[in-house]
Ligand binder design. Structure first.
Ligand code: FNR
Length: 183
């Protein structure tokens, strides 16, 4: 049976490159992985006042993560960090204190940008945020995708040939990472 992997595309915009990368990963995944792509859209703003009676969207998001065997973050960079919507989703997932929905889950990080630096600062921020609330983070291959603007056609198909082996190598390595760390 395939491992159930949630891929969180960190932007909420419909035409996001992060979403397109996540969908491309799903097409390239080996048969040992089943990828479901989601975004942080629709996750209510975190508020400790609501922790006693959490909104249904928090519970559904946490449940989805709890049932997953691994999680991949595909993040853009907003002002040298991750988008607020993604940080909010992670804050929701991390609670209640000590019961993070990501606890023990093998995780992966891919950053991207139309610019030259590949969103590396956002990826590094995730490397800071996740260790206390997730399982082992895959360290290699480091994957910061720059110049992403011409990678997809209007239908969202990956047309940048040089990117295909990069994404293939990433998802193949993640399959090994999940098999190694899955409880
Ligand atoms: C950006 N963008 C951006 N790019 C980058 O390489 N470094 C950065 O710090 C920022 N900062 C930033 C802030 C805000 C508020 C926006 C809206 C955008 C550009 C960003 O990479 C670009 O809009 C991507 O297309 C966003 O990712 P998605 O939505 O395509 O996945």
């Amino acid at each position: 049976m395939a491992y159930n992997i949630i891929v969180i595309a960190g932007s909420v915009r419909k035409a996001g490159f992060s979403l397109k990368i996540a969908n491309a990963l799903a097409k390239l995944a080996p048969s040992s992985l089943k990828l479901e792509v989601i975004t942080p859209a629709g996750i209510s703003f975190f508020n400790q006042d609501l922790e006693g009676a959490p909104p249904a969207d928090w519970l559904a998001f946490r449940d989805k993560l709890q049932k997953a065997d691994g999680v991949i973050f595909v993040t853009p960079e907003y002002n040298r960090s991750i988008p607020g919507a993604l940080k909010n989703a992670i804050d929701v997932a991390s609670r209640p204190y000590g019961k993070s929905s990501l606890n023990g889950k093998p995780v992966g990080i891919i950053s991207n940008s139309p610019g030259p630096l590949g969103g590396v600062s956002a990826a590094k921020h995730l490397q800071t945020i996740l260790p206390g609330i997730s399982g082992p983070i895959m360290q290699q291959p480091e994957t910061y995708l720059n110049a992403i603007g011409d990678a997809f056609d209007a239908e969202g198909n990956l047309v940048k040939e040089s990117l295909k082996p990069v994404l293939q190598a990433y998802i193949d390595a993640f399959a090994v990472h999940v098999a190694k760390h899955h409880g």
